[in-house]
Design a protein around this ligand. Sequence first.
Ligand SMILES: [Zn+2]
Length: 74
Amino acid sequence: MKPVEKSSEMVKVLDSISLNMFGKSRSEAIRQNICVNCGGEADRFVDIRSKREFALSGLCQNCQDSLFGSIGEP
Ligand SMILES: [Zn+2]
C-alpha cells in the first residue's frame, strides 16, 4: 500500500516504534503491508476507513482495534 505522509505526534511515535522493532521506517512497513506495531501482515481490514488508517498509521486491523477501540465513534 502507498503510505500516507502526514506528520503528527502519533505518526512520529509510530515511526520510532517501527524503526526500533523492525529496523525499517513506517513508510517502508506500509509499502510491504506489515503492521508497525505487531509485525504481522496487514492485509485484512473491516472497512475502507481501517484500510486508510493503515496507510496512515501502519497499524493492522487488530492493533487498530486494540489501540482505538476504547476511543470509539463519536
Ligand atoms: Zn498489528
